[in-house]
Design a protein around this ligand. Structure first.
Ligand code: BGC
Length: 763
């Protein structure tokens, strides 16, 4: 009986649906489809769509499914793999309107195969390599039932005290914009609806990298021309490349938190830039409006956020709790609610979820037994990108490449550190898959040379830092303290050094030191490791420093101790192999710094494209009343764009096709580059422009283009850079984007400092 009546009911519903069907717009018509759906939604269902919930140990799965089935959750983040996400999508399919869920994650520099951190990716100056990262990450993430990533992170960072410097692509607007675009295109493929694509959410809008003092979450105060010229273009570039969404920054901008900033979200993002896509708050940011001091309570916080244009609330409590009351009182209008819902549904539509809610989840029959298998990794791609990201900073007396012979001492707390290898935001990367430096070297010299290993020191002797880092990671201890006294650790390393022909010391920061909420007041290598370096130097053996770190370090002292220095960032799953490839010359290093290395923390901010001033320091002419510090030589330790090779390259004959540029025309800068060394290698030829005299003081130079090329020994090639009026444009004091007539300098170099120059006139 029961069965029959249920069947009858179902048939009744089906015939109703059949009756309603002709009026329901087809799926192919996005706008009509979404409007029709919205017209059927209750207010509670609409609010549900705006809630993005974190899946973690604290969140019981059955409760989540209940909430989803009741239409109270729009999407989740942090859960991945089909068996985990399918039951949630099933729950959504049981909800009244069957609106699919989406599943998001921080797939930042890889999903399972971990690639170098952002700063390392940027050091490749290689857009094919960057595309490989984005595409591989998308393939792996989508195979893990993920639809969306909170990446790329394109916050310009000019204060390396900020721990999140590691995540971004450095200090430069142009390079960051290029990389951001490539990341978006490679995450999303030809469409974010493709089964092997994930939607890119560019973050953190805006200016998060400019937090005062480099202290995370601090406030940002910035002039509009600086914003428009330097900090905003990368977000815009990522959106122009088609990023489906924007994550809103945690910081305030000129006194107004981004999360409640109607100028930022409405006037700039929506109106001026014409952005059509979803906006998502950062984790708990709406609640934080109370502590920012702009909202009295949760109710006001929710109201400010939705009115400012925050569509989705990450880790939501307040939209769920407060929007019903705010709608009832009329403080938030139906129109405002509908607008936010429209964007969330639009993103789901664009991810292909209405067409097939299981597009990335697949069928249960195809679920894997083991999602964490080594066979799921893309190791070759990871090794290739990792070697391109390494920057050779010093190489005295051709200490490198090393011979695969004799005895090599490998020391340092980061030599055998699988977690650190991955860097922060390592998505679902597993330390057991990391090839550490020790393992990479072992494989490289097997049967040829002897490798002796000693830890030599702990990463830091500071217990407070230790405890903090371990608190950051709840899965496993982030760093393990060797309880032996420092002198015993050092003695062991000295013993290893003494019996060896060369010492390779892997030193720097543990990954947690370059992370969210991990700001530093010093850029030095921790004292425990400096003691180790000192002791190693005293052995008189050739000393190679392999640096692991997520920010520029001030290594003036280390530079004096070491014979060679290789900057490796956090190079990812295949980092150890990549580092061995470079140390032994199986790969000729080609990376260039995407961020300036200052001499000391006191020089910060220090970036290559600073604004011109009235009393600049003149190299070679020290004197009073010029812009300088007492204690240090002027200028950086290593400039932006710098990096050595086992070969040497020479630039010559910079020549412009014309001395004048008419508006609308172009001009060619030609330069010849020669490999003057003995081995084949790649280098990056960089083009900078300087506006000599304008309505505002302009930067001393700005990167406008670059070309990376491979040259055989003795090979010469002439490169052409086309310069157009657009390259000369900037936002003036009235925020108009203009190219002003007058003289421009064209500078070409293999780094930002040693350049050749020619000039032309914009008519
Ligand atoms: C970070 C974001 C990240 C989010 C979700 C926040 O703490 O600021 O960058 O996407 O967490 O994991």
């Amino acid at each position: 009986m029961m069965k029959l009546s249920l069947l009858g009911l179902a048939m009744g519903l089906a015939s109703q649906a059949a009756l309603a069907a002709p009026t329901a717009p087809p799926l192919q018509d996005k706008q009509a489809f979404i409007e029709h759906l919205i017209s059927q939604m209750t207010e509670a269902e609409k609010i549900g769509q705006l809630r993005l919930i974190s899946i973690g140990p604290e969140m019981p799965r059955d409760k989540i499914r209940e909430e989803i089935a009741a239409g109270r959750i729009g999407g989740t983040f942090n859960s991945r793999t089909a068996p985990e996400n399918r039951p949630m999508q099933d729950a959504a399919m049981r909800s009244r309107l069957k609106i699919p869920m989406f599943f998001a994650y921080d797939t930042v520099h890889g999903e399972r195969t971990i690639f170098p951190i952002g700063l390392g990716m940027a050091a490749t100056w290689d857009m094919e390599a960057v595309a490989k990262v984005g595409r591989t990450a998308a393939i792996e993430a989508s195979a893990d039932a993920l639809d969306m990533t909170f990446a790329p992170m394109v916050d310009i960072a000019r204060d390396p005290r900020w721990g999140r410097t590691s995540e971004g692509f450095g200090e430069d607007t142009y390079l960051t914009s290029r990389i951001g675009q490539v990341m978006v295109r490679s995450f999303q493929g030809s469409s974010p609806a493709n089964p092997d694509s994930i939607m890119a959410i560019v973050k953190h809008f805006a200016l998060y990298g400019a937090v005062e003092g480099g202290r995370d979450y601090n406030t940002v105060d910035m002039s509009l021309p600086k914003m428009y010229n330097d900090y905003l273009p990368p977000y815009r570039a990522a959106l122009d490349a088609g990023a489906g969404g924007v994550m809103v920054a945690l910081n305030s901008i000129n006194g107004v938190p981004a999360t409640s900033n109607t100028w930022l979200m409405n006037d700039l993002l929506r109106k001026e830039w014409g952005f059509k896509g979803v906006t998502i708050s950062d984790h708990g940011a709406i609640q934080e409006l109370i502590r920012h001091g702009v909202a009295r309570d949760g109710r006001e916080a929710a109201k400010l956020a939705i009115k400012a244009g925050i569509d989705m609330s990450m880790n939501d409590t307040l939209y769920g709790e407060e929007l019903p009351g705010l709608l009832k009182s009329g403080e938030v209008t139906q129109r405002e609610l509908d607008q936010a819902v429209r964007e969330v549904l639009g993103a789901k539509y664009d991810m292909g979820l209405f067409k097939d809610p299981y597009v990335r989840i697949g069928k249960a029959e195809t679920d894997l037994k083991d999602y964490y298998g080594n066979d799921r990794l893309h190791r070759e791609a990871a090794r290739d990108v990792a070697r391109r990201s390494l920057v050779l900073l010093e190489n005295r007396n051709q200490t490198l490449p090393l011979k695969k012979a004799g005895t090599i001492a490998l020391v340092g707390p980061l030599a055998d550190a699988p977690i650190d290898m991955m860097g922060s935001w390592a998505a679902d990367g597993k330390p057991v898959h990391s090839v550490t430096v020790r393992e990479g070297l072992r494989r490289a010299v097997e049967g040829k040379a002897k490798l002796v290993y000693a830890k030599g020191s702990n990463v830091t002797g500071d217990k407070a830092i230790f405890d903090y880092l371990n608190f950051l990671n709840f899965d496993a201890p982030e760093i393990v303290d060797d309880p032996r006294p420092p002198a015993v650790l050092i003695d062991e390393a000295i013993k290893a050094a003494k019996q060896s022909d060369v010492v390779v010391a892997v030193v720097g920061e543990s990954r947690g030191m370059s992370h969210e909420s991990s700001s530093r007041t010093t850029l030095e290598i921790p004292a425990s490791q400096r003691e180790l370096i000192k002791a190693l130097k005293a052995t008189g053996k050739p000393l190679v420093l392999v640096l692991m770190n997520g920010r520029p370090l001030s290594i003036s002292w280390e530079r004096e101790q070491a014979d060679a220095i290789l900057e490796t960032w956090f190079a990812g799953t295949e980092g150890g192999n990549a580092i061995a490839d470079v140390l032994f010359g199986d790969y000729n290093p080609s990376g260039k710094l995407a961020i300036t290395f200052p001499r000391s923390v006191g020089q910060i901010p220090m970036y290559y494209n600073h604004t011109r001033i009235g009393r600049p320091f003149t190299p070679g002419k020290p004197g009073n009343y010029t812009s300088q510090y007492f204690e240090e030589p002027n200028g950086p330790l290593y400039p932006f764009g710098y990096g050595l090779s086992y070969s040497s390259f020479e630039l010559s004959g910079l020549n412009l096709s014309s001395k004048d540029l008419k508006r609308g025309d172009t001009l060619d800068a030609k330069v010849t580059v020669k490999n003057t060394g003995k081995v084949a290698g790649e280098t990056v030829v960089q083009l900078y422009l300087q506006d000599v005299s304008a309505s505002m003081s302009r930067p001393v130079k700005e990167l406008k283009n670059f070309q990376k090329l491979m040259l055989e020994p003795g090979e010469t090639r002439t490169l052409t850079f086309r310069i157009s009026e657009d390259d000369l444009k900037f936002y003036n004091g009235q925020l108009q984007r203009v190219a002003e007539p007058g003289e421009f300098n064209v500078q070409v170099g293999l780094d930002s400092q040693a350049v050749q120059q020619q000039s032309f006139e914009l008519l």
